[in-house]
Design a protein around this ligand. Structure first.
Ligand SMILES: [Zn+2]
Length: 352
């Protein structure tokens, strides 16, 4: 009996709020004022489990036009899988609220929030928001997952970007089980970098494109989040869908650029293999008299591509991740797509 009560968590305190174990609460942390004198808040939903466990933050829309993560987090919060949560889940579906309202990646100070960490109390709006996120949220967590999409009219295959140097982060990435894990250096000013610096392993998930929902990316993220939570002991592992395939691990990626200016037609989709010399697109002039082939000069799989038909010479067209065996990687990604499709039924938005 004594043992049972010892396992009950203390109430969780954040700002002025206290969240009792076994309860959920929406919390608003004021950042500054909007020009109409409404408050600009960081809005979070906290699920404070009855029993002790890890503290995980889930953040989305640090770039205001990247919306997939909002739906991802909604599905996680609505799921019965977190009913008997151990530890604490802190969900921030819209970090850059003003960016979201403006359908813009940036804050009104034209700063990129994900280049503004660790921020400061007295800096620009982005610096203040970054500082609040780090000191009020991330610092109180043991782990984090930050959700993104492609930017600049580009679409990304669901992938985790991760610096392989942190063992704990790599462990989380493998537990997440995305189609692709891409080795990527930590960028200066990013949330991932700032969190890792204070010892909080943080995953960066990329999938889909800005201003759109992408069902494959949303499902891959929801399932990955549950797998991470199971691996951290926050939910029972029977409640998460175990990945049947090991992710494709890519040590590097590079953009293949437009050889000329014109109207671009793609002949290669996300997840497909590319071999040196393959013709994977065509750039024509609008009158159709001049056609230039887009020839792959790299080998690997396509993990991102532009969605824009109008391109200038040098524009980024295909992001190609180098892998030792592109054909095998393509087959693995196809299997991931099939699995993800089967795991949740489509059609009725109230059921997922
Ligand atoms: Zn982003």
């Amino acid at each position: 009996m004594k043992k049972k009560s010892e396992n009950i968590q203390e109430p969780f305190k954040i700002g002025e709020e206290t969240i009792e174990p076994g309860t959920r609460k929406t919390v608003h942390i004021p950042i500054s004022m909007l020009p109409n004198h409404a408050t600009f808040n960081l809005n979070l939903r906290i699920i404070h489990g009855r029993r002790h466990g890890k503290r995980l933050f889930l953040s989305s829309t640090i770039h205001g036009d990247e919306l997939n993560g909002i739906e991802t987090i909604r599905r996680v919060l609505a799921s019965p899988q977190i009913k008997h949560l151990r530890g604490t889940l802190i969900a921030l579906p819209v970090v850059n609220l003003i960016g979201m309202l403006n359908q813009s990646r940036y804050l009104p100070d034209r700063r990129d929030l994900n280049r503004s960490f660790p921020g400061s109390e007295t800096g620009s709006a982005a610096a203040q928001l970054a500082n609040t996120f780090l000191t009020e949220i991330a610092q109180h967590c043991t782990h984090g997952i930050d959700l993104h999409t492609g930017s600049d009219n580009r679409i990304n295959l669901p992938q985790i970007r991760c610096d392989f140097q942190s063992e704990e982060t790599l462990k989380m990435a493998l537990a997440f089980g995305p189609p692709v894990i891409l080795k990527s250096k930590i960028r200066d000013g990013s949330l991932r970098g700032a969190a890792e610096k204070i010892g909080i392993p943080t995953l960066l998930f990329e999938g889909g494109e800005a201003l759109r929902f992408d069902e494959f990316a949303i499902r891959a993220a929801v399932q990955g989040i549950f797998r991470v939570m199971a691996s951290l002991g926050m939910i029972s592992s029977e409640k998460s869908t175990s990945a049947k395939k090991s992710p494709v691990i890519a040590p590097a990626s590079r953009w293949l650029r437009a050889p000329t200016t014109g109207i671009f037609r793609s002949a290669c989709n996300l997840g497909k293999k590319v071999l040196k010399g393959d013709v994977i697109g065509m750039i024509s002039d609008p009158l159709g008299t001049n056609n230039v082939e887009v020839v792959a000069t790299l080998e690997g799989i396509v993990i991102g591509h532009t969605q824009l038909p109008v391109v200038y010479q040098g524009d980024a067209l295909f992001n190609i991740a180098w892998v030792p065996d592109p054909a095998r990687a393509e087959a693995t990604i196809e299997e991931f797509e099939e699995e993800t499709e089967l795991d949740m039924g489509l059609g009725d938005p109230t059921t997922y």
